[in-house]
Design a protein around this ligand. Structure first.
Ligand code: ASP
Length: 348
């Protein structure tokens, strides 16, 4: 990281999504535009006090098509350019942005530079686009300094007015400009006329260690969402998936689930086989407390572990990351009980 007087350099990584579209004036259709021409399309970027370089996926993806291989591509781009740049802005479709942000927060161990994901609900090429504000503010945040250090040293999502910790964020609206929320952790910055940083809640690494990127993800994980009337055949078939290693169990309220013996027996059988079952709540806010009601107590007796106040996106990608590292059941359970990058409200 360079000293004062140096103009921050930002690498803009375009993966796809609505933000990178322009209207073809001949056909009226939305088409991805060439990101190498970004400054031509948004000359305002020249007014920012930083230099911006761009790199684009060869074939920009709708984020519904993003999978763990693409997370490793993004992690590779960041790791390969980590020394040269002061910050990274990842342009990504909104639909699965919270999954990508969560995954990157685990894959980029010892991150000490900003990685800001953003996108838009309307393409950059449309008059009412939210893309330009999101992009310009994300770049401004990625270049912000706190003395000698980058202001942000973690993976975040910036959308509309708020900067949120990536692994605390979920997409909550299909059409509002205000499309993302971080319910269980305060926003890290609010952008109005000026940008106000919420310093006590921004992550600061205790020791400065070199970036340790991980390019592995294990996809033998499922999400099992409970609903009244869920049948034995559904639960059994999911838990019997060959080579299954982890389950994110989306429960009710503070981590409650049916007490029917068929259900508890199936969970216990799976946990005894070494499948890690993590309890997260279907509620947007609050935390799992399995000891609060009898219905939750049964789950811990079956070997289900608490996901605390994790989002589903974060619990899923954390399991993928930990099993991807080749850890065994007990080791994975141990790490699920710790906060690796601020994803749950629990001491390290
Ligand atoms: N379907 C698009 C995507 O996620 C929507 C968007 O970019 O907002 O790629």
């Amino acid at each position: 990281m360079k000293g004062s007087g140096h103009k921050p350099s930002i690498l803009l990584i375009y993966t796809g999504g609505t933000i990178g579209m322009m209207q073809n004036l001949n056909t009226g259709a939305l088409e991805p535009f060439d990101f190498r021409d970004l400054l031509k399309h948004i000359p305002d970027l020249n007014g920012l006090d930083c230099s911006v370089s761009t790199i684009s996926f060869d074939k920009p993806l709708d984020s519904s098509d993003i999978d763990p291989k693409d997370w490793t591509r993004i992690a590779h781009i960041i790791a390969d350019n980590y020394i040269q740049y002061d910050g990274f802005v990842v342009l990504h479709g909104t639909d699965t942005m919270a999954y990508t942000a969560s995954a990157l927060s685990f894959m980029l161990e010892n991150l000490s530079k900003p990685v800001i994901l953003t996108g838009s609900q309307l393409p950059l090429g449309m008059l009412r686009t939210d893309g330009k504000e999101n992009l310009v503010t994300a770049i401004e945040i990625a270049s912000a300094r706190d003395g000698d250090l980058p202001m942000i040293q973690e993976v975040c999502i910036f959308f509309e007015n708020d900067l949120m910790r990536g692994n605390r964020t979920s997409k909550t609206s299909a059409d509002n400009f205000n499309a993302f929320h971080s319910y269980n952790y305060p926003v890290l910055a609010h952008a109005g006329i000026s940008i106000h940083y919420n310093l006590p809640h921004i992550y600061r690494p205790i020791l400065r260690k070199p970036l340790k990127p991980h390019f592995v993800c294990d996809d033998h994980i499922v999400i099992l969402k409970l609903f009244p009337g869920i049948s034995p055949i559904v639960v059994k078939n999911i838990l019997d998936i060959p080579h299954l290693k982890g389950v994110v169990l989306e429960t009710y309220g503070s981590g409650n689930a049916p007490t029917a013996s068929w259900f508890l027996d199936l969970l216990k059988e799976a946990a005894d086989k070494g499948i890690v079952i993590v309890n997260v709540t279907q509620c947007h806010t609050g935390s799992v407390e399995m000891e609060r009601y009898e219905t939750g107590c049964h789950l811990s007796q079956c070997g289900v572990i608490s996901g605390y106040d994790s989002t589903t996106e974060s619990a899923l990608t954390k399991l993928m990351h930990l099993f991807g590292l080749g850890l065994n059941t007990e080791e994975v359970k141990e790490y699920m009980n710790c906060s690796l990058s601020g994803e749950i409200s629990i001491a390290h």
